[in-house]
Design a binder for this molecule. Structure first.
Ligand code: HEC
Length: 132
């Protein structure tokens, strides 16, 4: 038998779960994402106008990534698991930093929030890149 009290509990649980997934999707902060990207990604990628002549020529710019690939969002959500990043970047709570790296590898550990922020930045770059 399901008591009214159980319904109440269920709806509270549902609210917590739905609420958290909604806020997780909207949690990214463009400004924070830009800062993180300039700090950690800009030595290989061109991020925006600020490092237009930076990066490494053979590495795709963020603008290229968000315009050339249909699945750019997935690529940005999972960049840390895609080559070459696992060798240099780990996300807190998702796997361990490699310990077999040479001393000049500069391994980077980012938070999950940083991944959301970077995604928010990618969305922002995509918006400006596809503006008519
Ligand atoms: C050491 C250089 C280097 C750094 C630092 C680096 N990247 Fe990359 N990244 C690359 C290269 C090279 C590729 C292209 C890989 C390929 O095409 O196989 C790439 C590809 C990507 C892609 C596309 C992945 C795919 O599978 O298509 C994303 C998204 C990305 N990088 C995001 C980031 C973010 C975000 C950061 C910073 C937190 C970062 N990268 C830091 C070198 C780097």
């Amino acid at each position: 038998m399901v008591l009214p009290r159980d319904y109440l509990l269920l709806s509270v649980v549902a609210l917590i779960f739905c609420g958290s997934s909604i806020s997780a999707a909207a949690a990214g902060d463009v400004t924070a994402g830009r800062k993180i990207a300039h700090q950690h990604c800009a030595r290989c990628h061109v991020i925006d106008e600020k490092n237009k002549f930076g990066g490494i020529g053979s590495t795709p710019s963020f603008k290229l990534l968000v315009t050339a690939f249909k699945d750019w969002r997935t690529r940005f959500k999972t960049f840390y698991a895609r080559r070459p990043h696992p060798a240099l970047i780990t996300i807190e709570g998702r796997g361990r930093l490699r310990e077999d790296l040479p001393p000049n590898a500069h391994p980077i550990e980012l938070s999950s929030k940083a991944v959301d922020d970077i995604l928010a930045l990618a969305e922002d770059i995509r918006r400006s890149a596809t503006k008519p």
